[in-house]
Design a protein around this ligand. Structure first.
Ligand code: BEZ
Ligand code: FE
Length: 286
């Protein structure tokens, strides 16, 4: 096809997809082209703006490596991650809702015994976490694999440090025969997502802050049940209504109760203030 015009270019590109072997890929790319072209038309995109966009995506690529995933941060801050999570994990009332995965999960978290210390030296006031894993009928889910991970008192995940010899503030536990689990960790604090790169500059230019409300990440897997990726958020956090990545669900907000020094849930006497968090997870099925 020759003499493609601004009116015929969308159809011309889409027509070239006719030979795609993968029908789903063809549909996705066709829709993407339609929306991209509609965006350029609607905004009357200038060449300078198009070039600035290419420059921005180039920077996102350059800063991305195996420790820093700027494309996920971009997807998160544009609300795309939460949209995809929400439309793929619709839950009837009563089931624990899913939220964003984030870039700080690690496959190399240590196994933690029941009641064990997930913090492993991470800074922060102690927090004793107790909960259960159940199905929709209230039956305990025994032997569920429970991955937890969180930031420390300075708002950083272990992988954001360059000098740590071992993982910290993350671990893998199993629910017991009654579906219950408990562990010791540190209290989560609100923190800014990495904002020293192009996504941070984008947020600033848009008058947006990079903060996430305090939360504890969970990934729970059990045979015969849907895997659940979620957080528990700390009630009272000032960023609950302006999470930089739009991940907050009301049903995931819980009180983290602060206690003065004294007897702690693990039978010890805590010389410092500590917190307790109770949360019960309900898994859906297929
Ligand atoms: C997180 O909660 O770990 C996270 C989620 C999205 C972007 C950055 C961090
Ligand atoms: Fe997080």
């Amino acid at each position: 096809m020759r003499n493609v015009t601004e009116d015929t270019i969308t159809g011309a590109v889409i027509a070239r997809h006719a030979g795609a072997a993968d029908a789903r890929l063809r549909d996705l790319m066709t829709s993407l082209v339609q929306h991209l072209h509609a965006f350029a038309r609607e905004t009357r995109l200038t060449e300078a703006e198009w070039f600035a966009g290419i420059g921005f995506l180039t920077e996102v690529g350059h800063i991305t490596d195996d420790k820093r995933q700027e494309f996920i941060l971009l997807s998160d801050t544009l609300g795309l991650s939460m949209l995809v999570t929400a439309q793929n994990h619709r839950k009837p009332p009563g089931f624990t809702e899913a939220t964003v995965f984030g870039p700080f999960f690690s496959e190399s978290a240590p196994q933690i015994d029941p009641g064990g210390d997930v913090g492993q030296g991470a800074t922060g006031e102690p927090c004793y976490v107790r909960g259960s894993v159940r199905d929709g009928a209230g039956a305990p889910v025994a032997g569920a694999e429970i991955n937890v991970w969180q930031a420390d008192a300075d708002g950083r995940y272990d992988m954001q440090y360059t000098d740590l010899a071992a993982p910290r503030a993350r671990g893998v536990l199993r629910s017991d025969a009654d579906g219950r689990f408990h562990f010791k960790s540190i209290v989560a604090e609100s923190y800014p997502i990495p904002h020293d790169g192009p996504v941070g500059r984008m947020l600033e230019a848009l008058g947006r802050h990079p903060w996430r409300p305090a939360h504890l990440h969970f990934m729970i897997k059990a045979n015969g049940h849907d895997s659940l990726i979620t957080h528990v958020f700390r009630n009272g956090d000032k960023y609950l209504d302006s999470d930089a990545v739009f991940g907050v669900r009301q049903s995931l907000i819980q009180d983290w109760v602060r206690h003065e020094p004294g007897p702690a849930p693990d039978g010890s006497v805590s010389p410092v203030p500590f917190h307790t968090l109770d949360f019960d997870f309900v898994l859906s099925r297929g």
